[in-house]
Design a protein. Structure first.
Length: 174
C-alpha cells in the first residue's frame, strides 16, 4: 500500500508543479516528445498528474478494500483514467470558453458611444464594451453624429469598422 500512496503523492506533487509552471513544462514536454499528432490536452501535465495521483490513491483504496494486487491495479487504472478524463474536460472547457471569446459579428446590437465625431462621409470612432473589454472601432453612419452621442451597432463593415445608428432609432432585426 505504501507504494500506491507514494505514487499518489507524486501525482499531487506534479499537480502543484503544474500550478506553478504548467505552461512552461507543457511547452518543454511538447518540444521533447513532439506529440503534435496526438491530442495535446491528453498529454498535458495536468492530465498526467491527475492520472498518476488518482492511480496511486485509487490503488491504495483498492488494496485496502480487497487484499489483491490485481484488483488494486485495476481500480487504480479506472480511477486514474476517470481523473485524467476530468482534467482534460476541464482544461478544454477553460481554454475554449465561448462566452469570453470576442467575435466581431457578435457586435450587432451592442450599445456604444461616439468618441470621435462621425462625419456624413467617412469614419469617426466609437467605444463599446464587448466580452468584458473596452474596444474602440472606426464607425460610419448614414448621417453625421457628434462625439458623446449614444449609438448602437447596426452592421459590421470589417474587423475594425462598424456601422452605427442613433440609440433612439429602432433596431431592425433580420
Amino acid at each position: 500500500m505504501t507504494v500506491f500512496l507514494m505514487i499518489g503523492a507524486i501525482g499531487v506533487a506534479l499537480a502543484l508543479i503544474a500550478l506553478l509552471v504548467g505552461d512552461v513544462l507543457d511547452g518543454f514536454l511538447d518540444g521533447i516528445l513532439n506529440l503534435d499528432a496526438l491530442d495535446n490536452d491528453l498529454f498535458s501535465i495536468s492530465s498526467v498528474s491527475a492520472f498518476v495521483g488518482a492511480f496511486g490513491f485509487g490503488g491504495a483504496l483498492g488494496l485496502s478494500l480487497v487484499d489483491n494486487m490485481a484488483v488494486a491495479v485495476a481500480s487504480g487504472l479506472v480511477i486514474g483514467a476517470l481523473a485524467a478524463w476530468g482534467a482534460v474536460a476541464l482544461t478544454r472547457r477553460l481554454k475554449h470558453d465561448q462566452r469570453h471569446t470576442f467575435r466581431s459579428d457578435s457586435l450587432v446590437g451592442h450599445p456604444a458611444r461616439v468618441i470621435t465625431a462621425i462625419p456624413e462621409v467617412g469614419y469617426g470612432e466609437i467605444r463599446l464594451i464587448a466580452s468584458g473589454h473596452v474596444r474602440k472601432f472606426s464607425a460610419r453612419a448614414e448621417r453625421p453624429i457628434e462625439a458623446g452621442t449614444d449609438v448602437w451597432v447596426s452592421a459590421v463593415v470589417s474587423p475594425t469598422a462598424v456601422e452605427v445608428r442613433l440609440a433612439n432609432e429602432p433596431q431592425q432585426l433580420n
